[in-house]
Ligand binder design. Structure first.
Ligand code: AMP
Length: 415
């Protein structure tokens, strides 16, 4: 049974086609520059056919989906013979608002609720809806499932997700800390529970999804009880270009410098010009920052004699410091820790960042094995726990698309 997974952004659309009998990827790809000019990169995985990577006109998401379907089924680059081999489509939807605590089959009512969440994520939700509409048009009658980034965090208790502002905003406008990256935190925490022996009850895990967008979550008994992101993905850790948590009055102070578009100016600075990019003035990419700071990105060691850019080093230090502040508070609210989990681009690939965070946690007894940490996980699980550590430290590659495909198949059943 084949499941198509779609992750639609405002000008891009990523896809993977899974054969769910083996949970293997048949093909994957990305439509870029939708609405601008258009490019499609399509990679057949299962049958050795060549990669297609070329500019093609993609004025809207509808044309992008049509192009994807043409590539999946054509003789030269295809992996299936006809559309009937696609049993269902799973969509990543960034915000499920207060209503959705799990994935759902998409119908008219569900679409209305998703639309009503648009004001929480005005850039992402319209793009997600365009992806859904385009699929409904291109493959009518094929069931579609929505998998929400926020759903896994709906178990966070009221006292942790409420903002200490007047209660009416919570009641009337659903303003609360939703959290994001839920599909990733759910996947890696479930894997960690397997490695801890398979029983969720009693487990205390901190998952660190460290990528261009970064968030941490406290997972107790297999359920999310706290996470760093809030009503938007701006809260929490400093990130590639996002500030993370700052004094909210900073918005007002920056807005006063913003001329005739004060709020846009302040939010643009906090979303697009801050984080490690803002501090370093060099890049939002950790590889660039590590290289500038004289670090060997392969093993996280300092390169002898290499020049050290102090602001790049400071940006990396700030990132690790804030991660540790959150991890420490999560250990406190859970009353202990069984496993610390690193995932996503930085978590899986940056020995320097993992070591930087764990060094600051040494005082509370968390230790890693530096030689194991120096290996790249190459898409595989690594146990980098050091001698005498009070908790396990794991590197677990995330797989959000597989979760979406699994949820989709679980929901459509024998549809
Ligand atoms: P993601 O958003 O999960 O795709 O992660 C993207 C980020 O991972 C990039 O911006 C890089 O900063 C980081 N990254 C990827 N590979 C490495 C590496 N080998 N060393 C350090 N950082 C890396």
């Amino acid at each position: 049974m084949n499941i198509l997974v779609i992750n639609a952004g405002s000008s891009s659309l990523k896809y993977q086609l899974f054969d769910m009998r083996t949970e293997s990827i048949l093909a994957k790809g990305i439509c870029d520059r939708i609405g601008i000019d258009g490019n499609l990169k399509h990679t057949p995985v299962s049958n050795g056919k060549p990669v297609f990577n070329s500019s093609i006109p993609l004025p809207t998401h509808a044309e992008a989906i049509k192009a994807v379907i043409e590539k999946l089924t054509c003789a030269d680059f295809g992996v299936i013979n006809s559309l009937t081999e696609i049993k269902a489509v799973g969509h990543r939807v960034v915000h499920g608002g207060r209503k959705f605590s799990e994935s759902v089959l998409i119908d008219g009512d569900v679409l209305d609720v998703i639309k009503s969440s648009t004001w929480f994520a005005p850039l992402h939700i319209p793009a997600n809806l365009m992806g859904i509409d385009a699929c409904r048009e291109a493959i009518p009658g094929v069931p579609q499932v929505a998998v929400f980034d926020t759903a896994f965090h709906r178990t966070i208790p009221d006292y942790a997700h409420i903002y200490p502002i007047p209660y009416k905003y919570y009641q009337q406008y659903d303003i609360l800390r939703y959290g994001f990256h839920g599909t990733s935190h759910r996947y890696v925490s479930a894997k960690a529970i397997e490695y801890l022996g398979g029983k969720a009850a009693g487990t205390k895990i901190v998952t660190c999804h460290l990528g261009n967008g970064s968030s941490l979550a406290a997972i107790k008994d297999g359920k999310s009880i706290e996470t760093t992101m809030g009503i938007t993905p701006l809260e929490g850790l400093p990130m590639g270009t996002r500030s993370g948590s700052v004094d909210p009055a900073l918005v007002y102070i920056l807005a006063n410098l913003g001329g005739d578009k004060p709020t846009d100016y302040a939010l643009d600075i906090l979303n697009k010009e801050s984080g490690v990019l803002g501090i370093s003035g060099i890049s939002n990419d950790f590889r660039d920052l590590e290289t500038a700071a004289g670090i060997d990105t392969n093993n996280g060691e300092m390169l002898e004699g290499a020049p050290v850019n102090e602001r790049a080093k400071l940006a990396l230090d700030v990132f690790c410091y804030h991660a540790v502040k959150f991890i420490g508070s999560y250990i406190a609210v859970m009353g202990g820790l069984d496993a610390l989990v690193f995932t996503a681009g930085i978590g899986e690939n940056s020995p320097y960042t993992r070591a930087g965070i764990c060094r600051l946690l040494n005082g509370i007894g968390i230790r890693i094995d530096m030689s194991k940490n120096g290996c790249r996980c190459g898409g595989k699980f690594m146990n980098i726990t050091g001698e005498g550590s009070i908790a396990k430290v794991f590197v677990i590659p995330t797989d959000e698309e597989l979760v979406i495909a699994r949820d989709t198949i679980a929901i459509i059943g024998d549809f």
